[in-house]
Write a protein that binds this ligand. Structure first.
Ligand code: CTP
Length: 405
């Protein structure tokens, strides 16, 4: 059976969908898994501890400060004895607590203390789901490697229609299987090198040339590669977003330092060049702050930076097997991407339109076209985390094909 020998810690939040958690317990048991459940105070308004205990065949945990529970099993151990933690239904409140690291009851404490992967099945009113606060929390949770299943579109208990219905128990059980399957570690044993963020090219000790890259896409790719089991080196320019978990981060400022760090990190199996490297630097930047003088503004003489992607792709020794470049374009996106693929000798170009109102630079969404020698695949607009997940699956598939004798 597909979940044979697997233990799931199921956290049941307070929502009308809690009744489906009972069905989920049966579904997990049917597939050979076992369930230990935490029922939140609000969850207990919808299903009783007795029904959860009867179906799971296990004691149900409800209270953070229960001395008997602590004597039998501490909340830390409870959160770690499972193979996977599943939150179903995951209410807006539970997602907010998780995103902000709150721990004021047994469920939120277990979620903060666990060292296992967490899968959430959100369920809430459509307006609550679409609210900016919930969407921000979801983006945080995705970048924290939290797995999501659903929500589905449909008519809600409150009569409104839209996304917010909890995924059906068989779909949640499938997501549990996928999370626990060894195949979800598609890049186990591989070294993935990612560049991300902008570079800062000094003019003098206080001024620099920069660009609007936030590093969100590159960091999301590094995080997704780590989730897929890879050893990940992320060479990042100056960004204000957190380091992705499970990734070795090397911070640099200038393009020349980025090239040096990338070369030092080789060999790698896959290299993804997502950084918005400044094409030029000041030919000879001033060691002292430039002062205003009567002679007028200084003329800044630029000199080209090394092209990191092209340098690595043209290497004969230690060339990563799969080299992926990005193309940030404001027009003729596909044509320019094709030209870059050729000129920079990479295996794939991920092209995106960063022009005018696209909101890509600094935003959370991205619309990309995957350009290879003989094909273009245009993806729908997706959250940068979802783009990263799909890219990793694509790289893993290409990599397997390439490494076949
Ligand atoms: N790149 C790089 N080093 C550089 C410039 C770019 O490694 N000095 C990489 C980027 O990380 C990206 C790809 O090259 O993967 C394309 O970068 P982009 O700025 O879009 O293109 P450019 O080569 O700079 O060409 P142009 O500015 O003329 O569009």
């Amino acid at each position: 059976m597909s979940l044979s020998g697997k233990n799931v810690l199921l956290i049941i939040g307070g929502g009308i969908a809690a009744y489906k958690a009972l069905e989920l317990i049966r579904e997990i048991s049917k597939r050979g898994g076992s369930v230990r459940a935490i029922l939140t105070k609000a969850g207990a308004e919808f299903v009783t501890p007795l029904s959860v205990a009867s179906l799971s065949g296990e004691k149900v945990f409800t209270d953070l400060f229960s001395l008997t529970d602590e004597a039998e099993m501490g909340h830390i151990e409870l959160s770690r004895s499972a193979d996977l933690v599943v939150v179903a239904p995951a209410t807006a409140d539970l997602l907010a607590k998780m995103a902000h690291g709150l721990a004021n009851d047994l469920a939120s404490t277990a979620l903060l203390a666990t060292d296992k992967r967490v899968l959430v099945a959100p369920a809430m009113n459509v307006r609550m789901w679409q609210h900016g606060a919930t969407q921000r929390n979801i983006a945080t949770l995705k970048s924290d490697n939290i797995l999501f299943v659903g929500p589905d579109d449909g008519t809600m208990a409150c009569g409104e229609f839209g996304p917010g219905r909890m995924a059906e128990p068989p779909a949640i059980a499938d997501a549990i299987e996928a999370a626990l399957a060894p195949s979800s570690r598609l890049l186990e044993g591989r070294h993935v090198l990612v560049t991300s963020g902008p570079t800062h090219e000094p003019i003098d000790p206080v001024r620099y040339i920069a660009n609007r890259s936030s590093g969100k896409q590159g960091h999301a790719i590094a995080a997704a590669a780590a989730r897929a089991g890879a050893k990940v080196t992320l060479v990042s320019g100056p960004v204000s977003i957190p380091d992705p978990p499970g990734v070795q981060v090397i911070r640099v400022e200038e393009a020349a330092q980025m090239l040096q760090a990338v070369e030092k990190a080789l060999p790698a199996d896959i290299a993804v060049f997502c950084a918005a490297v400044a094409d030029w630097r000041i030919a000879s930047h001033s060691e002292d702050k430039l002062k205003k003088t009567d002679a007028g503004p200084p003329a800044l003489l630029l000199t080209p930076n090394p092209d990191i992607l092209s340098t690595i792709a043209h290497r004969t020794a230690d060339r990563p097997s799969l080299i992926v470049g990005f193309a940030a374009e404001t027009s003729n996106v596909i044509d320019y991407a094709r030209a870059k693929l050729d000129k920079k000798a990479c295996d794939l170009i991920v092209a995106n339109d960063v022009g005018g109102n696209s909101g890509v630079m600094g935003g959370d969404m991205n619309t990309v076209h995957i350009v290879s020698k003989d094909a273009v695949d245009s993806w729908p607009t997706l959250n940068k985390t979802d783009v990263a997940e799909r890219l990793i699956a694509l790289f893993a598939a290409k990599f397997t094909k390439k490494s076949r004798p």
